[in-house]
Design a protein around this ligand. Structure first.
Ligand code: FMN
Length: 224
């Protein structure tokens, strides 16, 4: 499948009006430089990006591009197939967008342990299956285990479901997680900024994720 019609999410010439600067709500703290013993590059914010098997994988691609370093990528098996189907993107193209990439089936990867410190995790998009596992403490994939680590260690966790309509089970899972402090950020582009393209609609959702992470960005037109 050809990538000629890909949204700017993957294209190198994206407008990328993202400043890798943390706002006062940001997650970063003053840190030194150089490697340390926790698995992170000191002086950067370490974010785990999970992409699970939902439609809308392009949101995850755009997020990966927009985030500042240090970026760790985990793509589920179904998501890797949907990436090919919806966007013509394979894993070799994805891995160049991240600092580290791990297989979702490899539970021996660094992020499976709470001792590997990261600042935040975003699952974007998040399938309702992955969301249900996270809500119920099932940690049988690297994405769900890393989310369990985020929960137990009190780290920022953002889930971006796309599914519609939602069953009562899905709504209950989302409510349960929201009550635990997880940010449920549905992939729902707004229309008040008058989007002119699919890229604008993608950027709205990704901009909202970056807002939650405290990453200053100008990905969408704000209400004034
Ligand atoms: C093309 C395609 C699109 C899908 N879209 C969604 C979706 O939007 N939301 C969802 O919750 N599941 C969706 N699914 C179903 C999930 O992929 C399925 O539940 C899978 O088990 C999720 O596994 P994972 O969360 O480990 O990736 C989709 C599946 C396929 C093949």
């Amino acid at each position: 499948m050809c990538c000629a019609r890909l949204p700017a999410a993957l294209a190198g010439a994206s407008k990328d009006p993202v400043r890798p600067v943390l706002s006062s709500r940001g997650l970063g703290k003053e840190r030194g430089t150089g490697l340390n013993t926790t698995g992170r590059i000191s002086g950067t914010v370490r974010t785990i990006i999970g992409i699970s098997g939902s439609s809308g994988v392009i949101y995850g691609v755009r997020l990966l591009k927009a985030l500042p370093h240090d970026k760790v990528l985990i793509v589920s098996s179904t998501a890797s197939k949907i990436l090919e189907l919806e966007a013509g993107i394979d894993m070799s193209m994805m891995s160049v967008l991240a600092d580290e990439t791990y297989d979702d089936s490899n539970l021996f990867s660094p992020t499976a342990s709470g001792s590997n410190v990261f600042d935040a995790m975003v699952v974007c998009p998040c399938s309702e299956s992955t969301l249900a596992k996270i809500a119920n403490g099932i940690a049988d994939t690297l994405i769900t285990r890393t989310a369990a680590v985020a929960l137990k260690e009190g780290r920022k966790l953002i889930l971006v479901p796309r599914e519609t309509p939602l069953s009562a089970i899905m709504l209950e899972n989302e409510l349960k997680l929201a009550r635990l402090g997880v940010t449920i950020l549905p992939a729902s582009p707004a229309f008040y900024p008058r989007p002119e393209s699919v890229d604008d609609m993608i950027d709205f959702v990704v901009g909202k994720v970056l807002d939650q992470l405290g990453v200053e960005n100008n990905l969408y037109k704000r209400w004034e």
